[in-house]
Ligand binder design. Sequence first.
Ligand code: FAQ
Length: 331
Amino acid sequence: MYTQGLDQAGYDTGYAQDDAALAQRFQARVDAEDKIEPKDWMPDAYRRTLVRQIAQHAHSEIVGMLPEGNWITRAPSLRRKAILIAKVQDEGGHGAYLYSAAETLGVARETLVDQLLSGAAKYSSIFNYPTLTWADAGAIGWLVDGAAIMNQIPLCRCSYGPYARAMVRICREESFHQRQGYELMLALCRGTEAQKNMAQGALNRWWWPAVMMFGPSDRDSKHTTQSQRWKIKRFTNDELRQKFVDFTVPQAEFLGLTIPDPELRFDADTGHYEHGPIDWSEFDAVVKGNGPCNRERLAARRTAHEEGRWVREAAAAHAAKQALRRAAEAR
Ligand code: FAQ
């Protein structure tokens, strides 16, 4: 729907068509915290960066439905099942908003979906890990949504208007997701010895992948400097990772669980928790498609896409019929 507005040249014609002057004016608007809107002039690289990031984010939400979706049929009570269904549905909705936000930049949703299904597009490394026990549903809410919120709250102030506005609602829902995950972990930790062990097992499996979710270290991040200049990113990957660790360690202590990092320690001078080394070779392998579930995740998305083909065709046929009818009535 948003692309309907992009049939013009795609930029504001109120000033001289000189690239340097346009770029300068664009940066001044960004620096002044103005929101950039779809029809405003923007540098090509800014547009490309946003399409890349928003599309990867959308794909992550869609693929992110799979690990927890695996537990909907096996949730231990009706209440837990209702919560989990709502959460997974929310994630589908987030994907839909984000594809719409990407479309405002002039790229078709079908193109983005094709890139995901062909394996050409990236999505978050975290969703390539398996959900082996019910506690993994809790760990995902607590840690993965917890990390997602840490990264996404600053995106509500992103310089690109449609992305920033989509993030406001998404963050509200992510906050509910995080709380239900923590509450699930709390119930397990206050339960039997076996339930508490299950919670500890899930924390052991999900801790490091959640820490890696923030992306490569600042030293290796290729996009951060430019994205910060454009106020797409407000914090670096390592800054957000540190906030997440500082926030989450006391929560683990409250649960009575142990973070699987023997080098983790609180530094009273800095007021931060210092964590041990991150295994970046594991991150690289997962991002390159060789994580524990990469192939399974893409296969599931391809099957879902094929099985939904008849719905897309029926909706398109219905829309065409309605358009013909409206045209006939207008004559
Ligand atoms: N996995 O230079 P940087 C969620 C790539 S949503 C895979 O630092 P940038 C909700 C990066 O794309 C989770 N690839 O890049 C939920 C780039 O590749 P490229 C997703 C990664 O963009 C919860 C290259 O490495 N959230 O969880 C990862 O400045 C529960 C170099 O990296 C978002 O997408 C990774 N973890 O910073 C759903 C938030 N990290 O394109 C279901 C929006 C980096 O050059 C259940 N995105 N890469 O080939 C962002 O904030 C940023 O894009 C970062 C990466 C911070 C992810």
